[in-house]
Design a protein around this ligand. Structure first.
Ligand code: NAI
Length: 326
């Protein structure tokens, strides 16, 4: 039995890790992993972390000094880790896929909610306001979906769009052979799409893939949905386009400055992020708190793969889910 220091633990994490874990001692901490909290992993062979933990060189050195050998990421993304700093100090294992359907279904759910103004209608009818004024949407059938990134989630999203009778345009530097999908350059995708959905990782190339220039190519009615990573969109450019009615709306499950806000109840605090405050207040913006992954199937799979990664490491098996600096 080994000890795992589990950071940023939420009740839904505990529920599934406690169900699946049969071998190890998991010590749950509610605080995020960062340089100041890393010493809580003292005596643990592994630390388990999530998307907004601060895993820079200082955190990695502190974990290493505490005797931690493995960092178990219970997520797919690893843009919050300094991979160079981890070289020779920590083995980093992740969960490359848990439920692409969870994220793809949430993306379509957000589009339906935004386009058909379902959250606004819900709030109105709870107050017996049955007016339809301002709730007009558009049919998705026959419209064009632009999908950026056609990996596991992008392909699940494409299948859903096909079910709605949509045309599909896609951009990916590594195109897949997908029936009924036309790969185009980003400019054409931006010009022609009625909805644009982001399913690529955050990298140097994709940071701000949606910027002022991209938005200016889009239809004024276009809806953007981002369930990937916040920094794919320049939020100030998005806000400015919403203010000038250069874009139809945005559904955001992620936000570039989400760290420290998302996943937490901030309702008693004064949130000073003005861009977020303005985005939240717009009727044509829908924000969820990085919840696209949050289904029972995904949580089970995250717990299973995270713990299997650790067991494979302990048994000296070839690590299939290792992340390394290039
Ligand atoms: P994947 O690795 O299966 O697919 C990513 C695709 O993006 C690949 O086809 C790759 O070629 C493509 N890509 C790489 N660079 C690109 C570029 N410059 N432009 C366009 N496409 C590019 O990954 P998967 O599982 O489909 O996940 C996609 C993203 O979804 C993840 O990177 C993660 O950021 C996000 N995600 C969000 C979750 C949430 O709860 N909101 C949960 C899980 C993942």
């Amino acid at each position: 039995m080994e000890k795992i220091a589990f950071f940023d633990a939420k009740p839904y994490d505990r529920e599934w890790f406690d169900k699946i874990n049969k071998k190890h001692e998991i010590i749950y901490y509610e605080c995020r992993l960062r340089p100041e909290s890393a010493r809580l992993a003292d005596g643990c062979k592994a630390a388990c972390a999530f998307v907004n933990d601060v895993i820079n060189a200082k955190t990695i050195d502190a974990l290493s000094e505490m005797g931690v050998k493995v960092l178990l990421m219970r997520c797919a993304g690893f843009n919050n880790i300094s991979l160079d700093a981890a070289k020779g100090k920590l083995t980093i294992l992740r969960v490359p896929a848990y439920s692409p359907y969870a994220v793809a279904e949430h993306a379509m759910g957000m589009i339906l909610a935004l386009n058909r103004k379902i959250p606004r209608a819900y709030i109105r009818t709870r107050d017996f306001n049955f007016s339809l004024v301002g709730l007009t949407g558009f049919d998705l059938h026959g419209k064009t979906a632009g999908v950026i990134g056609t990996g596991k989630i992008g392909q699940a999203f494409i299948d859903i769009c096909k079910g709605f009778g949509m045309e599909i345009l896609a951009y990916d530097p590594h195109p897949a052979d997908i029936n009924g999908v036309r790969y185009v350059e980003t400019d054409e995708l931006f010009r022609q799409s009625d909805i644009i959905s982001l399913h690529c990782p955050l990298t140097r190339e994709t940071r701000y893939i949606i910027d002022e220039g991209a938005i200016n190519l889009m239809k004024k009615s276009a809806l953007i949905v981002n369930t990937s990573r916040g920094q794919l969109i320049d939020s100030e450019a998005l806000l400015s386009a919403l203010n000038d009615k250069r874009i139809g709306g945005a559904a955001l499950d992620v936000y570039e400055e989400e760290s420290g806000l998302f996943f937490e109840d901030n309702s008693d605090k004064i949130v000073t992020d003005e861009v977020l405050s303005l985005l939240v207040s717009r009727p044509n913006v829908l924000i969820t708190s990085h919840q696209a992954f949050l289904t029972e199937e995904a949580l089970r799979s995250i717990a299973e793969v995270t713990l299997q990664n650790f067991d494979d490491y302990l048994e000296g098996k070839e690590p299939k889910n290792e992340v390394k600096a290039k």
